[in-house]
Design a protein. Structure first.
Length: 210
């Protein structure tokens, strides 16, 4: 059974940072990656069924770092995943949900659509208009890894669907996605902001580099 050794000095600070919602071993990212390197690397040679069963088992652990390892395992195997696998992985976004795991999962989905651009719309539709706002956050941030390949139509749809949503993490995501894209296409972002009645938070975040 895979186990990591925690650091009791870091534990209370990490738990407080996450509003005491989860138990922590007290492992900062470099220590966690060092202790989990063997299992994460080994997973690249496992059958996909074992990858999923391990992710499930790690998600059942109480300590938050095990969920991070689960996501690391998914990410290093993204090149082997099919659309059906990606669909299955969306379930984990809705378990023990908070911004830390949700945004980490987003990198896996974002990498998948970069590897399989022909599947981008289908992946996007897994999240778009979902009843779970964490899923919709990924609809908005799905293309953060992209520059000239970003699909402006999909980004627009995701933002417009949630434009009046009061949820902080949605409005933050709107601003984040616009701010990031403004690095590559500032004129489009300026026009978009001018044409939409965005929240103050989204405008502030989205305009940071304009």
């Amino acid at each position: 059974m895979f186990q990591m050794i925690g650091n009791l000095q870091n534990q209370p600070y990490m738990e407080k940072y996450m509003r005491n919602q989860y138990r922590f071993l007290g492992l900062k990212t470099p220590d966690r990656k060092a202790q989990s390197k063997e299992i994460v690397t080994a997973s690249k040679k496992w059958p996909i069924a074992r990858v999923f069963s391990t992710i499930t088992a790690l998600y059942q652990r109480d300590e938050r770092e095990y969920q991070y390892v689960a996501i690391d395992i998914a990410h290093v195997n993204v090149k082997r995943l099919t659309f059906s696998d990606i669909d299955r992985l969306t379930a984990y976004i809705q378990i023990k949900s908070w911004w830390d795991t949700v945004d980490s999962w987003r990198k896996t989905f974002g990498q998948f659509v970069r590897l399989h651009p022909e599947e981008k719309r289908r992946v996007f539709n897994l999240f778009y208009q979902h009843e779970n706002f964490w899923m919709r956050r990924i609809a908005i941030t799905l293309q953060l890894l992209e520059k000239e390949t970003l699909d402006k139509e999909l980004l627009t749809k995701a933002i417009e669907y949630d434009i009046n949503t009061e949820e902080f993490f949605i409005q933050k995501a709107i601003g984040w996605s616009l701010r990031n894209y403004s690095k590559y296409n500032p004129e489009w972002v300026k026009t978009f902001i001018a044409a939409h009645e965005l929240s103050k938070l989204a405008v502030k975040e989205g305009s940071k580099y304009l």
